[in-house]
Design a protein around this ligand. Structure first.
Ligand code: G4P
Length: 523
């Protein structure tokens, strides 16, 4: 009988090119979900071709949308949530991270921690998401192992524990030694390319090692391992699950090295579903009532149907197909007759799902990001943030008779989390806000393809936005009255201050100490 404790729901965070796609393929391959490497990309391309606006993805060769992949191994079900890896990521990426219980951070052994990895790491830290580090591409020349470990520790302020150790790198690569199980992973095959043999040893002084490794490789391994064990924290499962320590694995996704150890680590150490923050109280996965929240909505996956898929993370209870669930948004129960589980090969109809699983619920726009779904409508999950946009643009409508369509389109996309929309108090120039440049292109392309609205984007005299609030409504009113030209409302009618610069935010925050300027808003 499957339970929540068999589930490992995780995401991979990385900078573009570190090897996330390759590692994803290999995880699925080792998990038995696909048989040919390369299918992830192919499948992605086929999926993308389905919708017009997704052309951007094809042109730029990147994936804007997140998907869910499920595989099983030795009684554990892994749900891997894909996060877009491009620099111009959107709030989608952040929100996906609210639906996972842990993350794998992939870094390139030659490049170390890069900007995108760091941003995504910060989001994980906000929620204490535990992280396993996978240092990829050891089949190529890279930086010394100690340098990589120290960088992770210093930049991310984490304790690090090397769990495995590469014997040489690049041309001198001989294998990987597992410091905890004392196993040596060796390459095999005609070109000695792939992880083939696993040799059990009694420890680093096992004489067997002399026959398996070169004298130099072994001497270095012994010396390094000794230094490492003295210099780095011992592995502590609790510190890892609290997000204070990261176990570090080395490998090569391309050569299938160390991938197996990574899956084992996820099964053994990564946390199963945890209680989720909610009102009136956190929801424990063992709670029999079915509850979950929508962390992503994908519209128009099929241009012939105005359907949407809401991605719900199940937080408690056993979901059964046909069940009626009540969305927190409007309270009218919906019967979930055709839920979708996202297996790697194809979409499959789900009959049952357990805490930690992701269910795709087709709907016609009734479900919104941030909605709680539950059997009795007595809980509401909290903590799905809206982020302050970093780019603001004024929307210029080319055909003024299309105002209504434009408003609907902007509201729809705000709902999906593609862009945010702000309606200024003065004037009729609606302003949209995004976290990354790519979202602007997505917006224009979708306005045109799906809503038949021709619009352009013009520079806005603002650079960022803050949600404003105050204990005393009078303080907020005073502030708003004095700054009317910079006040707007978001899609839900919340007051927003549009700022000319980050500096201005600091300036007004100093001047109005009783007003709160929030860079995120909880939905
Ligand atoms: P991403 O999703 O994180 O952006 O990275 P992706 O997996 O697409 O990998 C980026 C490049 O790095 C690819 O090469 C890939 O083959 C290579 N790569 C991934 N893992 C390893 C590894 O362990 N060792 C080595 N040596 N290379 C690795 P590419 O030439 O850019 O793409 P492709 O033509 O191979 O698809």
């Amino acid at each position: 009988m499957p339970t929540a404790s068999d589930r490992r729901t995780f995401a991979i965070i990385s900078h573009p090119d570190a090897g996330k796609t390759t590692l994803t393929e290999k995880l699925l391959l080792f998990g038995g979900a696909i048989h040919l490497a390369g299918e992830v990309k192919a499948r992605g391309a086929a999926r993308r071709a389905r919708s017009d606006w997704m052309k951007i993805e094809q042109q730029r060769g990147i994936s804007v949308t997140s998907s869910v992949m499920t595989f099983e191994r030795e009684g554990v079900t892994f749900n891997l949530l894909d996060t877009p890896g491009h620099e111009d990521f959107s709030e989608d990426t952040y929100r996906t991270l609210t639906a996972v219980d842990s993350a794998v951070m992939v870094i390139d052994v030659a490049k170390g921690i890069e900007s995108q990895t760091r941003k995504l790491f910060e989001v994980c830290r906000l929620r204490n998401v535990p992280i396993i580090t996978f240092v990829n591409k050891v089949d190529r020349e890279g930086r010394p192992v100690f340098e990589t470990l120290d960088e992770v520790a210093d930049l991310l302020q984490l304790d690090v524990t090397p769990m495995t150790w590469p014997v040489g790198m690049g041309g001198a690569f001989e294998g990987i030694y597992d410091l905890r199980s004392n196993r040596l992973l060796l390459p095999e095959g005609p070109s000695r390319e792939f992880q083939g043999k696993v040799v059990e040893t009694t420890g680093l002084d096992d004489p067997k090692l002399d026959e398996l490794l070169s004298a130099e490789g072994l001497a270095n391994l012994r010396e390094d391992a000794e230094l490492a064990m003295a210099g780095y924290a011992e592995f502590d499962g609790e510190a890892y699950r609290n997000g204070d320590l990261t176990p570090v694995y080395f490998g090569s996704a391309l050569k299938e090295f160390g991938v197996d150890s990574l899956i084992k680590a996820l099964a053994e150490y990564a946390p199963p579903p945890r209680p989720q923050p909610a009102e009136p109280a956190p929801v424990d996965p063992s709670n029999p009532e079915v509850t979950g929240f929508v962390f992503k909505v994908q519209a128009n996956m099929d241009p012939n149907h105005r359907d949407r898929i809401a991605f719900m993370r199940l937080c408690s209870g056993t979901f059964k197909r046909g069940m009626k669930l009540i969305p927190s948004g409007h309270g009218k129960p919906i019967a979930v007759h055709s839920p979708i589980l996202f297996f790697a090969r194809e979409r499959e109809l789900a009959d049952e799902a357990f805490p930690g699983d992701i269910i795709g619920i087709p709907n016609h726009g009734t479900l919104r990001v941030g909605d709680t779904l539950s059997e009795r409508a007595d809980v509401r999950f909290t903590g799905l943030p809206n982020f302050a946009p970093e780019i603001l643009r004024r929307v210029a409508l080319k055909d003024p008779t299309k105002t209504k369509q434009l408003r609907k389109a902007l509201d729809d996309m705000a709902e999906e989390g593609v862009t945010q929309v702000f309606y200024p108090e003065i004037g009729s120039n609606w302003i949209i806000g995004v976290v990354g440049q790519l979202q602007l292109e997505v917006l224009l392309s979708r306005l045109d393809a799906e809503y038949k609205v021709a619009a352009g984007l013009e520079p806005a005299p603002f650079e960022t936005a803050r949600w404003v609030s105050s204990e005393d409504p009078a303080d907020l009113k005073t502030f708003a009255d004095l700054n009317r030209t910079a006040m707007a409302k978001d899609r839900d009618g919340n007051p927003v201050f549009l700022a000319k610069s980050a500096w201005e935010v600091g300036y007004v925050a100093d001047r109005y100490p009783n007003v709160r300027f929030a860079a995120t808003r909880e939905r």
